[in-house]
Design a protein around this ligand. Structure first.
Ligand SMILES: [Zn+2]
Length: 248
């Protein structure tokens, strides 16, 4: 009986494979049995930042500069991004992120996959040393309803799977939608994200080292707004990580 069931399951899987072949999300090449989400060629084309092996990287410099302009204490520890987002050679990587978030079939598995990949790339660096929990930058509930998932949360799930660090989606919340996020001037972006985040039960984050996670860092204003809410918590330290860095 089991053999018959196995036979029918194999046939059914073969039919599914013909009807819905699993293809690379970037180039649509059919994936082999041990490949998921992205084919080896597209994976090899991801323009890695190599922040893992640098003492001070571009993300550190970005946030040190932003914090200096704030003229107040923000407990930033360290940061990194997995890959360059907007370089010409990074076109495939950008497509992975865009196809994960937009279009008719947003796919959270792309972010889970990239989170795992990034964790494996950074596992020997000190980026994740003494991190107590991974904190995804929250999406506004309306955006969450439209997309069906928060990509930053799925990146955290991928990181967590490899690093065995828990994900915290309870404390950092979004209080309102920022309507004009696409406006480019930094001051406008800062205005847009001012006070849109809040921390619930802040006493539970006392003396914790948190890794704030998002899909792409552009101006850094969104993560800075989160840090401002986290910094008043006694002993709370913040590091940051993103899959992409939109750096020119
Ligand atoms: Zn491909």
């Amino acid at each position: 009986m089991a053999a018959v069931l196995r036979f029918f399951r194999t046939c059914w899987n073969a039919v599914l494979e013909v009807l819905y072949p699993t293809c690379c999300v970037v180039c649509q090449t059919k994936l082999l049995e041990n490949e998921v989400i992205v084919c080896p060629e597209c994976m090899a084309s991801i323009p890695l930042t190599e922040h893992a092996i640098l003492d001070q990287n571009g993300i550190d410099l970005l946030f040190q500069d932003l914090i200096h302009k704030e003229r107040r204490t923000i407990h930033y520890e360290r940061g990194a991004a997995f890959a360059f987002y907007n370089r010409e050679r990074g076109q495939n990587f950008r497509l992975m992120i865009e196809r994960g978030k937009f279009g008719s079939h947003p796919n959270p598995q792309i972010f889970y996959f990239l989170g795992r990949l990034a964790a494996q790339a950074y596992i020997d660096s000190d980026l994740f040393d003494d991190i107590d929990c991974l904190v995804p930058v929250p999406l506004h509930p309306r955006r969450l309803r439209e997309r069906g998932f928060n990509q930053a949360e799925w990146i955290c799930k991928g990181l967590s799977e490899v690093l065995h660090i828990p994900v915290d989606t309870e404390h950092l919340i979004r209080t309102r939608n920022n309507a004009h996020q696409s406006r480019s001037q930094f001051e406008k972006r800062q205005d847009n994200v001012k006070d849109i985040f809040a921390v619930r039960f802040p006493e539970e984050w006392k003396n914790k080292h948190l890794l704030l996670v998002d899909d792409v860092i552009t101006s850094g204003s969104t993560m800075l707004a989160c840090m401002k809410q986290m910094t008043p918590i006694r002993g709370c330290r913040i590091s940051v990580f993103a899959l992409g860095w939109a750096h020119n």
